[in-house]
Design a protein around this ligand. Structure first.
Ligand code: URA
Length: 217
């Protein structure tokens, strides 16, 4: 299912991102009260056009890994901490024609952009109520646990700890009163950049498969 966000939260995001280079709006999708909630960084160009989270090249890698532990797009919930595509503006010269063209490649969202979407993400998490949150890569991991942690140390580990929620005044984050279960994973795009990582990522997913089996038994 596609989640319907409250209009006042959508309006708040739009107020906070005025002047930022962000395009489209790709809602989160999937099952409520799932075993796993996969949390990415932000939609890319493919997602902006098709409006389906993780439907481009990294999505293909993600679905491959998910299927090795018996899940698919419909049996989990998939979202990102930022719901619009962050882009930069680059003027390049077309090699064939020599004409100047403007390109708008994807970029990593800034901390300010992640914070602008923080109330929306908190609301979404509360609706979804997953057994395990799976942050994919550093942007999602640091949104949830703070910028002192890194995916290089925590990937594939089961963590039981409070996650960060947005403060009411929008000035930053505070820790929740209760613990959540998390298993951070490398972002699937990391495999596309470095095929060497594939076996590590595969092993992490197998470990996650065992963790969720144990929780469900
Ligand atoms: N990367 C993300 O983090 N999310 C998407 O939906 C696509 C690529």
């Amino acid at each position: 299912m596609i989640i319907q966000y409250p209009q006042e939260l959508l309006d708040e995001v739009q107020e906070r991102v005025v002047g930022h280079n962000l395009a489209g709006f790709t809602p989160g999708q999937g099952k409520l009260r799932p075993d796993l909630m996969l949390v990415g960084e932000a939609p890319g160009r493919h997602e902006e056009v098709h409006n389906i989270p993780f439907s481009g090249a990294s999505g293909k890698e993600l679905m491959k890994m998910l299927s090795t532990i018996g899940y698919d797009r419909e049996s989990v919930y998939i979202t990102s901490v930022v719901r619009q595509r962050p882009y930069s503006i680059k003027k390049v010269t077309d090699k064939k024609t020599g004409a100047q063209v403007v390109k708008k490649p994807n970029r990593t969202p800034t901390k300010k952009e992640v914070l602008a979407f923080a109330n929306l993400f908190d609301w979404e998490l509360e609706q979804v109520q997953p057994k395990i949150i799976v942050p994919l890569g550093n942007t999602a991991l640091q949104r949830l646990l703070g910028s002192q942690v890194g995916i290089g140390q925590l990937h594939g580990h089961l963590l039981k700890q409070p996650i960060q929620h947005a403060k009411n005044d929008g000035s930053g984050y505070e820790l929740a009163a209760t613990n959540s279960l998390l298993v951070p994973m490398y972002h699937p795009a990391a495999i596309l950049y470095s095929r060497k990582l594939e076996s590590t990522v595969y092993e992490d997913w197998q470990r996650l498969g065992k963790i969720i089996k144990k929780i469900n038994s």
